[in-house]
Design a protein. Sequence first.
Length: 493
Amino acid sequence: MASARGDAGLGAAKAMDQGQGSAHGVGAAEGAVRVYDRVRRELMSEFGPELFEAYFERLELAGEYQGQLVFLTESEDARAWLRRNGAHRLEARMRAHMILDGEIQIHTVESAPAPVRDFAAERAPAVRRAEREAEARVLPPPSYPGFTFDTFCVDDSNHRAVTLLQLVASGAPVNFPLVLLHSPPGCGKTHLLHACAYAAQCAAPDRKVRYMMAQEFIEEFQYALHKKKDSSEFKQRVREPEIFFLDDVHRIAGRRVTEEEFLDTVIMLNSRGRQVVITADQGPDGIGGFDDRLRHHLSGAAVCEITEPGEALRRQILDAKVRHYQTTTPGFRVAPAALEMIAKRMSGSGRLLDGAVSQLVVEARVSGLQEVTLEAAENALRGKLSDRGEVKPVRVATVLKVVARHNNMTVDQLLTRSRQRAFAQPRQIAAYLCTQLTHASLPDIGRRFGGYDHSTILYSRNKIRAALDTDPRIRSEVDTLTRLIHKEPTGAA
């Protein structure tokens, strides 16, 4: 039975919805609901679109209960992640805009106190959520204008992909019902998918468009299959859109039941004349872990590769990133000479360039600079910049030579199939670096490593990638080797 205070708290939530504040002092003039709308935009920028989509997109503000704001999410897994990684940031951002009497609470409908469940039912968030899902799901929201075609920097490395997705968004008849974009991480695949979804919805507001991350597809399908024991609702949701976008499809590799569901979804959509656009970190031949049936189907896709940006495009991206940070950091300026230096001396993806500019924001704030000068930029980015001017393409042979030399062995010794740690770990690091620094495919790298299957290279890449987050020694070694590789003369064999 609900307490009087609990009922009062929930009644205050209704007042919050109307922007009237609450009996507990919770709520500024704008009201908690409008504050939460602002905070959601801030969380999108802080956590990025992938995590926001997975955990914050469906997080509902149910109301106030006993002086605490109560949020509802859809699953225990999402609740656990939010309580572990997101609740403190959500609470801090809410407190920045309003007065809170207590900590925030995150529940599922099942775990929430009874008065909260009753009030949530009255507000019918599930009904409103179903209405949103029946409409086109468009990203980014107006508060995140970075993910549009207008803000995507284009050159020869990505022109074909941009042109193809603009054609898809226009609704013009296409002869390629399945499109696969692939590139190294951080080269703009997610940006392009969101831009295409947004443009497609703007071109035809009644068109049903759905964007999902592969991890979201996995979790929702597994939840429907194992928790609800009924996947029909999930199937209907992913098979009804006119354009279906799935980001990072390689993440479903090895999950046989999920692979089958994804393949059935693609076949069903294509048979109805619907468009499917997916992204991966490799082309069809390089994605490891898929069964033969799915790999064969992907081989029939229209494939566009996006390569890492050259110097001219890197400068465009840096200019765009500076403009973006100027919207949140008034007065932030970077000298043109500093941007030219970074474009010339920093290779890699757009994500690395974004990290470089964010580092300059920190430098400007800490040092109190009116403008980040060339010298200040070099100091702030020390260790991330190549010592040479123009960054040259990296060859697999160069990676092998540098890693072998660094470990006091020959290339033949590096490539021996010994499982001893002294040989296996340098070989795995070399495989990882080849996937990150060269344009070679996984099968090609495997051949250059003495005939390894592409799945072995994929395993090495994933193992070292995971170790970078947990092992400072490996992270330091990879950083050192990356610098040495970029310093190696271009003609090195």
